[in-house]
Design a protein around this ligand. Structure first.
Ligand SMILES: [Fe+2]
Length: 499
């Protein structure tokens, strides 16, 4: 027999005329690839029957939408998994815009975005640098804290936006978070389902609604240690690699707010005023040859690529000719490297730039020969925080005498949002390892190394200074977390010194 408590509410609601509306915006709203006059806005429509094939959108400079600056109608289709992207143009530089979508008389949440400034003048541009948010490793608390920071203009996501693994294969069971689908993502539907799950995360939704993103992929958007023609985590019984890669990239392009239409366009440039040139790299899908062991014949070969000749030529040409004060390279894997003392284990580095010595050497030589000033690598993938100087004399894993001199470049690695780092090693082991890393006789080029924390850094960039503030969270296993600023570094534009 049904209890009275269960029976009562339904007739009351019907009597009061309330009807339940379907939520058509389960995956929130997002914006990305802002220019001075354009920005992509994004949503996805969820519907039982998709009887209406069109969605409306509106943009305003006022959160109340009292005056609509831009509006339009966009067709929706299963061909793009009912994701919607609009490239809104004719906007003004440096302006905050509010946007929303309307489907069958229901409104999405209101998103906030911002166009690039025309010039920095006396102000600064503030870019948060993030990577590696693995669902099964915990909660994306850092995204929520970041969303609340008024001063942040934009989020740069350097990859590992999703992870491809089956549930239980890579993550922390203590998080209680279970992947959808449960299996490893192999098909277009699998990748779409994985993105859809990530985009139900409230902290990721809050951040997307609050800030525009620039994004590049790393390996896990396809499969672990991906290269052009395969991946360590792609086995012959998992189907054709090219079909899988194409599916993964299709889902990425559908689900993320970027202007890119195909893999060859993911490498791209953004100019922020006359002061910042940001180069976003593809170190996975278009050119990378298979990883090799350091003692394998051919390891140093000129035929081995991580970015390939076309991308190298593009980057070299850009860096040589750029008039920008700051040349920032949005970079997937660690460029510099570090040493470990006898008795400590060096992480396997053949997937990093160090695993591709020919192209790495070409870039070092080019920056040096062309006297390209103020180059900073902003790097993801590593899950741990490092600040490192890159010198011309840095031969493979030998960092002697370099520290006191002006470096060719600085490299700043952002920690993971959640993905595993040294955090699950015993506390004493972490302390010892970090002490060893920071020992100037071992790593004279290392200004900071933290192997246990999760979070991100904010690059606050003015004409005169590039400042990086590292923010960490004290917990990723529940949403009850605190954030703190761990450390801060500044690079002076005229001396290129770090302090
Ligand atoms: Fe990662």
């Amino acid at each position: 027999m049904l209890s009275a408590a269960l029976l009562i509410p339904i007739p009351r609601l019907i009597a009061s005329g309330i009807t339940f509306r379907e939520n058509h915006f389960l995956h929130g709203v997002a914006s990305g690839d802002p220019l001075q006059d354009k920005v992509i806005i994004w949503t996805r429509i969820s519907s039982r029957n998709y009887s209406d094939k069109r969605v409306r959108w509106e943009m305003s400079t006022d959160p109340g939408f009292s005056r609509i600056e831009k509006k339009g109608i966009k067709a929706i289709s299963g061909d793009s998994d009912y994701t919607v992207k609009v490239d809104v143009n004719g906007l003004s530089p440096g302006i905050t815009y509010y946007y929303r979508f309307i489907y069958q008389n229901t409104f999405s949440a209101t998103g906030v975005t911002k166009t690039l400034p025309g010039a920095l003048k006396d102000s600064s541009f503030c870019m948060a640098v993030v990577s590696c948010n693995n669902w099964e490793d915990g909660y994306f608390n850092s995204f929520r804290f970041l969303a609340q920071k008024q001063e942040v203009d934009l989020v740069l996501h350097l990859g590992d936006y999703i992870y491809e693994y089956a549930t239980g294969e890579y993550g922390n069971p203590a998080s209680g978070r279970i992947n959808e689908p449960r299996n490893e993502t192999l098909t277009l539907q699998d990748y779409r389902t994985r993105y859809a799950q990530y985009r139900t995360d409230p902290d990721l939704q809050i951040l997307h609604a609050a800030k525009p993103f620039y994004l590049i992929w790393d390996d896990h958007e396809i499969a672990n240690d991906a290269y052009r023609d395969g991946a360590k985590n792609h086995q012959p019984n998992e189907g054709n690699w090219d079909v899988r890669k194409k599916a993964a990239i299709q889902a990425y392009l559908e689900w993320l707010p970027i202007r890119v239409k195909n893999a060859s366009q993911i490498r791209r440039k953004f100019e922020i005023g006359d002061d910042i040139a940001l180069y976003l790299m593809d170190e996975r899908s278009t050119a990378r040859t298979k990883q090799m062991e350091i003692d394998e014949p051919g390891f140093n070969g000129e035929d081995r690529a991580i970015i390939g000749n076309a991308q190298y030529n593009w980057l070299a040409n850009e860096l040589k000719n750029s008039k920008a004060t700051w040349k920032l390279i949005g970079n997937q894997v660690m460029f510099s490297g570090y040493n470990v003392a006898t008795g400590f284990k060096l992480p396997k580095y053949n997937d990093w730039w160090l695993g591709y010595p020919h192209e790495r050497g070409k870039i070092i030589d080019m920056i040096s020969k062309e006297k390209v000033s103020n180059v900073l690598f902003l790097t993801g993938d590593h899950h741990e925080s490092f600040v490192l100087a890159l010198h011309k004399e840095d031969k493979f894993m030998q960092y002697t005498k370099a520290w006191q001199k002006k470096p060719l470049a600085w490299e700043l690695l952002t920690p993971s949002i959640t993905s595993k780092n040294g955090d699950r090693r015993p506390a004493e082991e972490i302390i010892e390892f970090e002490r060893m890393l920071r020992d100037k006789s071992i790593n004279p080029h290392l200004a900071f190394g933290d192997i246990k924390s999760h979070g991100y850094f904010i690059a606050n960039i003015s004409k005169h200074t590039f400042r990086a503030d590292y923010y960490f969270v004290d917990n990723v296993l529940s949403r009850d977390a605190k954030e703190y600023m761990a450390t801060s570094f500044s690079v002076d534009a005229s001396t290129f010194n770090l302090s």
